[in-house]
Design a protein around this ligand. Structure first.
Ligand code: AMP
Length: 281
C-alpha cells in the first residue's frame, strides 16, 4: 500500500491512474478503523481497480466543546488493517496541508444540514461537506463509499455532488453491528463496560420502532415509544433525538408514509451515539 501525505501528490497519482483507464474507489474515514470501515473497503475493492482510503480527523466538523482533541488515533494499527483489507493507497494529510493559512471556502448544504444531528452540532455538516469536496478534488474518485450509520451525512454528500455537478458516484453501504446490535463506531471505545452493555438499547429501540411502524402504528406513537424506551435506560444521559422521519427531508413523519427513517442520537455520559434504520412499508 502506498502512503501519501501531500495533497498535490494525491492528485497527481489519481490523475495518472485515471489516464491509465483505472477506476478509483475512495473511502473517507477519520481512522481508528473498525469492522464498519472494513466493510466499506471490501465493497469498494469489489467495484474499483484501485481503492484509496483516507484518514483525516477533520477539525472543521467538530464543535468547540466536542472531542476533536481526544478523537482516537491509531495510525499504525490502521495501516495494518488497511493492508489486510487490500487498500492500494492511503491518503493521510496533515491539518495545515488541508487548511492552509487563508482558507475561507466552506460548503453549506442547506435544509438537510439543519435537522437531526445538524440541530445539535452546528457547523458539523458544513465541515463534512467541505472536507469531502476537497477529498473528491484530490483523489478524483470514480466512486465514493459511505456508511448508512451516518445516513444524514451520506444524503448530504449525495445532494452536494448532484447540486455541484460532481461526477463521483456516492454509494451508501449497510451498517455493520456488534453481536448485540450496537453499530460499530470509533467512539464506542469511549464507553465504560457498563455503558457499552447499556448501549444496546439504541438498536433495540430502533428494532422495536420498526415492528411498530410495520404494524401500522402512527409515527407519533412510535416516536413516543422510542423516547420512553431510551429514557428508561439510566445510563442514557440525554436523548438528543429519537423518532420517525422522512428519509428524503428528515422532517418528522406525522402521517403514514411508504418509507421511514427511524433515527436516534443519545449521549451515554460524554459519548454521543447515533444509529438509524430505514423501513419500507
Ligand atoms: P468515520 O471514520 O466515523 O468518519 O466513518 C467513516 C465512514 O465509515 C463513514 O462513511 C461512516 O458512515 C462509515 N461507518 C462508520 N461506522 C460504520 C458502521 N458501523 N457500518 C458501516 N459504515 C460505517
Amino acid at each position: 500500500m502506498e502512503i501519501i501525505r501531500t495533497p498535490r501528490i494525491m492528485k497527481e497519482t489519481s490523475k495518472r491512474l485515471l489516464t491509465q483507464g483505472k477506476t478509483l474507489g475512495l473511502v473517507p474515514t477519520m481512522g481508528a478503523l473498525h469492522g464498519g470501515h472494513l466493510f466499506l473497503f471490501k465493497v469498494a475493492k469489489g467495484e474499483n481497480d484501485v481503492v484509496v482510503a483516507s484518514i483525516f480527523v477533520n477539525p472543521a466538523q467538530f464543535g468547540p466543546s466536542e472531542d476533536f482533541d481526544k478523537y482516537p488515533k491509531d495510525l499504525e494499527s490502521d495501516i495494518m488493517k488497511l493492508e489486510s483489507a487490500g487498500a492500494d493507497i492511503l491518503f493521510v494529510p496533515e491539518v495545515p496541508a488541508m487548511y492552509p493559512e487563508g482558507f475561507s471556502t466552506y460548503i453549506g448544504v442547506r435544509g438537510l444540514s439543519d435537522r437531526l444531528c445538524g440541530a445539535f452540532r452546528p457547523g458539523h455538516f458544513e465541515g463534512v461537506a467541505t472536507v469531502v469536496c476537497k477529498f473528491f478534488n484530490l483523489a478524483l474518485p470514480t466512486r465514493a463509499y459511505f456508511g448508512q450509520k451516518d445516513f444524514q451525512q451520506a444524503q448530504i454528500i449525495k445532494r452536494m455532488t448532484k447540486d455541484l455537478n460532481m461526477s463521483v458516484e456516492c454509494i451508501t453501504c449497510a451498517t455493520v453491528r456488534e453481536n448485540d446490535g450496537l453499530a460499530m463506531s470509533s467512539r464506542n471505545r469511549y464507553l465504560s463496560p457498563e455503558e457499552r452493555e447499556a448501549a444496546a438499547v439504541v438498536y433495540k429501540s430502533l428494532k422495536s420502532a420498526a415492528h411498530m411502524v410495520k404494524d401500522g402504528v402512527m409515527p407519533a406513537s412510535v416516536t413516543e415509544h422510542m423516547n420512553v424506551m431510551l429514557k428508561s435506560e439510566p445510563l442514557v444521559s440525554e436523548v438528543q433525538y429519537a423518532g420517525v422521519y422522512n428519509p428524503e427531508t428528515f422532517e418528522e413523519s406525522v402521517l403514514p408514509e411508504k418509507k421511514y427513517l427511524l433515527a436516534v442520537a443519545v449521549k451515554m455520559g460524554n459519548t454521543r451515539l447515533i444509529d438509524n434504520i430505514l423501513v419500507e412499508i
